[in-house]
Design a protein around this ligand. Structure first.
Ligand SMILES: *[C@@H]1O[C@H](CO)[C@@H](O)[C@H](O)[C@H]1NC(C)=O
Ligand SMILES: *[C@@H]1O[C@H](CO)[C@@H](O)[C@H](O)[C@H]1NC(C)=O
Length: 232
């Protein structure tokens, strides 16, 4: 495990400026509070993710999952993400046509050149998507400024642009559940992150944070305990 630990540690510090145990403290595991901040850094540093949605009732694949690469931009200090939705995309249709507008969005650390990609951090952000149809032009300009800072190529398909090849809308993904896998569990946190902790962890560690009983947080933990006992 020492080899794995060293590998993931080197990989982490070389690509992303995450908060990890220093080399002198290999035995120390990433804490929940560190994981919350590291997840925020990850979502800022890595500009694409995988958007998972569910086929709506009206389709012959009703209830089945669908996942596709997507762009996101972390334009809200509380962790909500800005997306551009195009009605022509399958993901967008699934979101529009499902009453809860629920998605899961996963962002992963790059794995190129990493001996064990499983040692790399990833986070699944679960929540729902609100289409921002009636925003003012100044709000739209602000979103465009933030979004194009992360995705310069998106200037060709921004919402409201008459030259865009497709209709598109600004949308916001609000998060209500988070599941984080920092890497290998000997030195990384693996498990749920409370949304309120994530929301406050953009600029640093929340040293004072106390875990409260929360919907979703407990639920995901119970699921994990059960998974250990599943016989395949
Ligand atoms: C974050 O801000 C957005 C936009 O104001 C809001 O809809 C969302 O509920 C907030 N999320 C959290 C976790 O506070
Ligand atoms: C997203 O979920 C929140 C909280 O459950 C709810 O108030 C809101 O209406 C939902 N938004 C959409 C677009 O379904």
């Amino acid at each position: 495990m020492l080899f794995h630990s060293l590998c993931s540690l080197l990989a982490l510090t070389s690509v992303l400026s995450l908060t990890v145990p220093s080399t002198g403290q290999l035995a120390r595991r990433e804490t929940l509070v560190e994981a919350a901040h590291n997840a925020r850094v990850l979502v800022k540093d890595v500009k694409t993710g995988t958007l998972a949605s569910v086929f709506p009732d009206a389709t012959d694949l009703a209830g089945r999952p669908f996942a596709m690469m997507e762009y996101h931009a972390p334009c809200y200090s509380n962790g909500s993400l800005t997306l551009i939705l195009m009605p022509i995309s399958r993901s967008a249709q699934n979101i529009f046509q499902n009453p809860g507008h629920h998605v899961a969005y996963t962002v992963s650390m790059p794995t190129e050149g990493v001996r064990s990609p499983m040692s790399r951090g990833r986070v699944a952000l679960m929540g729902n998507v609100t289409t921002l149809r009636d925003i003012s032009s100044s709000q739209s300009e602000e979103l465009a400024k933030c979004y194009t800072a992360y995705h310069p190529d998106s200037k060709y398909w921004l919402p409201g642009d008459n030259n865009s090849p497709h209709t598109s809308y600004w949308a916001r993904l609000d998060i209500d559940r988070i599941y984080y896998v920092g890497g290998f569990g000997d030195i990384h946190y693996i498990g749920p992150i409370p949304v309120d902790l994530y929301a406050k962890s953009e600029n640093g560690l929340q040293e004072e944070y106390e875990i409260k009983e929360q919907d979703g947080f407990g639920f995901l933990e119970i699921q994990n305990d059960m998974n250990e006992q599943v016989v395949f």
